[in-house]
Design a binder for this molecule. Structure first.
Ligand code: GDP
Ligand code: MG
Length: 442
């Protein structure tokens, strides 16, 4: 995610970090590079200028903080200004005082509205709500089917009236249906067009008039860069848009939309789409994305993801074992299972601060086949061996290899990985303590 921007900005700032004192020309030079990095990421020229001017002004006249070097202070200023540019703090959805809360999704065709409807519905379900999705895109019969299929996957009902009924009627009937079913959130999926046009805006305005939405969310495609920003501008001028869902931030987008939308439209990004899967939606946290861009890691998102998919009881148990050095190969196997639940390992590792610089992590890449093999190897060991792998001499290794149908080299590899994991996790728990002292990631 936003790798080019991230690399360029880190490069621009890395020279400053190592210096004891900064001259004005050091800062000027760094700001020139920051400017280029932002332009290359497809950030609006006007926004780039404002951003760089502001950082430069603050960096040159910076108030001295004893705990940071001048270079670190510049990085801190860039972090703060990036966060500010993207909207400051996160913005939650506004819920109706009297249910149902109505969330209406609008945007161009292909932006990801229908997908976002299902993603939001799932997130509402996880937060103990009862959503109903309403299919108000009557121009493509496939659109209704798509919403029904997604609804089926997450067990959320879909209300539809086919393609011959006015979308306004569908929306109002949908709200009635929600009341009847006791649904407390209604998510209205609307039609899009390839380009912004007046009839579409009129239709959306009519729907919104009939069923005033508590949240009118504009869905835009991050991959389209500045086009997405123009689209956002047109929509937010025509409709009372309350927030933005920025989709496809998982692709090789340059990041311009993420950095510019808020400044250009005045509307906050509320969620980001990070993949085609229904789970791939996250609340947008400007400060965390800024941290991620600047290579400071995104530990908070990682922890949140972990809390959703990892068994906390088990994690605590594991931590205890690590502390008391009772971490065994059985635990290793369990740990792999848990890590796999977090998502692709390379993605998970990228969220750790400085993870890119840790050596040896590549070897921890675990694909499905390898996991099965590791599982077989560990199963072929005796209880004693699993509890204390240091007893694994050459003959034991040969026996296990034969028992699990792999080579001795494979067995060695697993034992080495186990050791690496032990070390990584020790580093991890040390890191956790440091974070705790500092309070939060800032
Ligand atoms: P709509 O026309 O606005 O309703 O768009 P759809 O929801 O049908 O999505 C269009 C395409 O974009 C589909 O193939 C989706 O799977 C894909 N898509 C939607 N959101 C994301 C996302 O966050 N990441 C990625 N990679 N693909 C997405
Ligand atoms: Mg759609």
């Amino acid at each position: 995610m936003l790798e080019g921007l991230s690399n360029n900005l880190q490069k621009a700032l890395s020279k400053l970090k190592s210096k004891g004192k900064l001259t004005e020309s050091d800062v000027q030079e760094a700001m020139r590079e920051v400017r280029l990095a932002l332009l290359a990421a497809d950030v609006n020229v006007r926004i780039v200028k404002q951003f760089v001017d502001k950082v430069r002004e603050r960096a040159i006249g910076q108030d001295v903080q004893k705990s940071l070097t001048p270079g670190q202070q510049v990085v801190k200023i860039v972090h703060e200004e990036l966060t500010e540019l993207m909207g400051g703090s996160e913005e939650r959805l506004r819920m109706a005082a009297k249910p149902p809360t109505v969330v209406m999704l609008v945007g161009l065709q292909g932006a990801g509205k229908t997908t976002a409807a299902a993603k939001l519905a799932l997130s509402f379900v996880k937060h103990q709500h009862r959503p109903l999705m309403v299919a108000a895109d009557i121009y493509r019969p496939a659109a209704i089917h798509q919403l029904e299929v997604l609804g089926g996957q997450i067990n959320v009902p879909v209300f539809q009236m086919g393609t011959d009924v006015d979308p306004v009627t569908i929306a109002t009937s949908g709200i009635e249906e929600a009341r009847k079913q006791g649904a407390d959130v209604v998510i209205i999926d609307t039609a899009g067009r390839l380009h912004v046009d007046a009839p579409l805006m009129e239709e959306l305005a009519r729907i919104h008039q009939a069923v005033p939405a508590d949240e009118l969310l504009l869905v835009i495609d991050a991959m389209t860069g500045q086009d997405a920003v123009h689209v956002a501008e047109s929509f937010s001028q025509a409709l009372p848009v309350t927030g933005v869902i920025l989709t496809k931030l998982d692709g090789d987008t340059r990041g311009g939309a993420a950095l510019t939308v808020r400044a250009v439209t005045g509307r906050p990004i509320k969620f980001v789409g990070l993949g085609e899967k229904i789970e791939a939606l996250e609340v947008f946290h400007p400060d965390r994305l800024a941290s991620r861009i600047l290579g400071m890691g995104d530990v908070l998102s990682l922890i949140e993801r972990a809390q959703e998919s990892v068994d906390l009881e088990k994690a605590r148990e594991m931590e205890q074992k690590l502390r008391t050095s009772q971490f065994t190969l059985d635990d290793f196997r369990e740990q792999l299972l848990q890590v796999r639940k977090l998502g692709p390992l390379d993605q998970v590792l990228k969220m750790l601060p400085g993870a890119g610089k840790l050596k040896g992590l590549e070897n921890l890449q675990i694909d499905e086949k390898r996991f099965v093999r590791i599982d077989a190897i560990i199963s072929s060991m005796t209880t004693k061996e699993r509890a204390d792998p240091s007893v694994m001499n050459a003959s034991r290794r040969r026996r296990v290899a034969a028992g699990s149908g792999v080579t001795v080299r494979d067995v060695n590899q697993v034992l080495n990985q186990f050791e690496q994991m032990q070390q990584m996790m020790k580093r991890f728990s040390g890191f956790g303590k440091k974070m705790g002292k500092r309070g939060a990631m800032k």
